[in-house]
Design a protein around this ligand. Structure first.
Ligand SMILES: Cc1cc2nc3c(=O)[nH]c(=O)nc-3n(C[C@H](O)[C@H](O)[C@H](O)COP(=O)(O)OP(=O)(O)OC[C@H]3O[C@@H](n4cnc5c(N)ncnc54)[C@H](O)[C@@H]3O)c2cc1C
Length: 358
């Protein structure tokens, strides 16, 4: 089948890989240059983890893990580094994750705060800690490039610098030309609404400019990726973090200002940076809290933070990855290819259905 994929972020690139593996004739169209920093998939690090409360997400991460290793093998690139991951903070949020890992037969360990503190000198804890070893860090830029390389090796064509201006049932048009398509996959991140709203009623998708920051480490310690869930001592949406080649990155989850992806200013808000420094002083004894080096990136969030991966006629939409989609990308690519091939998804979590507003 002749499939046009709109969007060359991690989801479009992963979809192109899956579709070419199934033998489809794929053209991927991306509005910007390779490696651009205008969307959600750039940078050097994303957390990979299995620790979700919902069994389906745990199984999706497990499938993604297998496929990340396959992609590494196919492209001879190093994408996923295992560091382990910790969850701490509100027991009401952490306990269901322990249970879900156990149900899935995945290794996990529960530690008292003092024991965790001894093990990971860069972090501070005041609640029970969940550790699971099958987690770590994905290299974001290398991952997107690897999906593209692997798809191209199987025959995909990739057009950069080509904004899609319109889609119809069987055609995708850019300024330069019109592509005919048996099936169109839209993986346009924060631009999803702009690309498909004339064809499909979408749930409300909120695009925010998030602003994590890298901090310089001051201790020679093991750094698991971590999520500090909100609870008595920590308010808001919680903090995530991980160490990588640019230092220790921490960020608030989904607190940035609402923006239009075409007119945003890329300038981090100083209040947010101050909050991260305050957090680092209180909870990260292993970093220099004054060394914050911020960056910006887009979240596109659905009302329930579950993704949209669904099909209407010959249009498949993969969007609304709500700040946690990177780790699942190769498994999402498979779900997209399943939809294109006419298979019914085993989960209802990602349907447009009841979340649609008109
Ligand atoms: C700060 C931050 C930290 C994150 N941390 C994690 C993490 O630790 N773990 C994790 O799993 N996830 C994480 N995420 C989420 C993850 O990065 C995203 O869910 C994922 O990158 C979304 O990819 P995407 O392909 O949907 O969107 P994008 O990467 O934005 O890709 C969409 C692409 O479509 C292109 N496009 C749009 N419109 C058009 C058009 N008309 N024509 C042609 N091209 C078009 C865009 O240019 C863009 O390249 C994080 C996100 C952010 C912002």
């Amino acid at each position: 089948m002749n499939v046009v994929v709109v969007g060359g972020g991690v989801i479009g690139a992963a979809s192109a890989w899956s579709l070419t593996k199934r033998g489809h004739d794929v053209t991927l169209i991306e509005q910007f240059a390779p490696g651009h920093k205008n969307g959600a998939s750039h940078g050097t690090s994303r957390i990979f983890r299995h620790a979700y409360a919902d069994d389906y997400y745990v199984s999706l991460a497990a499938r993604a893990y297998t496929l990340w290793r396959e992609l590494e093998n196919d492209t001879q690139s190093e994408l996923l580094t295992l560091t382990g991951a910790v969850d701490h903070g509100s027991p009401d949020i952490v306990k269901p994750r322990v249970k879900a890992l156990t149900r899935a037969g995945l290794a996990s360990e529960v530690l008292e705060p003092l024991d965790a503190q001894k093990r990971w000198a860069g972090l501070a804890f005041d609640t029970t800690v969940l550790y699971h070893p099958d987690a770590g860090r994905l290299h974001a830029d290398r991952s997107v490039a690897a999906f593209i390389e692997a798809a191209q090796a199987l025959g995909a064509r990739v057009e950069y610098g080509s904004p899609v201006r319109s889609i119809s049932a069987t055609e995708v048009s850019t300024d330069a030309r019109t592509y005919s398509a048996d099936h169109i996959v839209v993986a346009a991140g924060a631009w999803t609404h702009k690309v498909v709203s004339a064809h499909v009623d979408l749930p409300v998708l909120v695009t925010t400019q998030e602003q994590p920051a890298h901090f310089l480490p001051t201790v020679d310690a093991d750094w698991p990726s971590f999520i500090h869930h909100p609870g008595a001592e920590l308010r808001g949406e919680g903090i995530y973090g991980l160490a990588g080649e640019e230092g220790v990155k921490i960020g608030e989850h989904g607190t940035g200002p609402v923006v239009d992806p075409d007119t945003r200013n890329f300038t981090p808000e100083s209040d947010g940076i101050e909050r991260l420094k305050t957090y680092a002083r209180a909870w990260l004894p292993g970093v220099d809290a004054d060394s914050a080096n911020p960056l910006t990136c887009l979240y596109t969030t659905t009302p329930d933070s579950n993704f949209i991966i669904d099909r209407r006629d010959n249009l498949t939409i993969a969007g609304g990855f709500s700040g946690h989609g990177f780790k699942f990308a190769p498994a999402v690519g498979e779900l997209v290819a399943d939809l294109v091939d006419g298979r019914i998804p085993e989960t209802a979590l990602f349907r447009l259905g009841s979340r649609t507003i008109s």
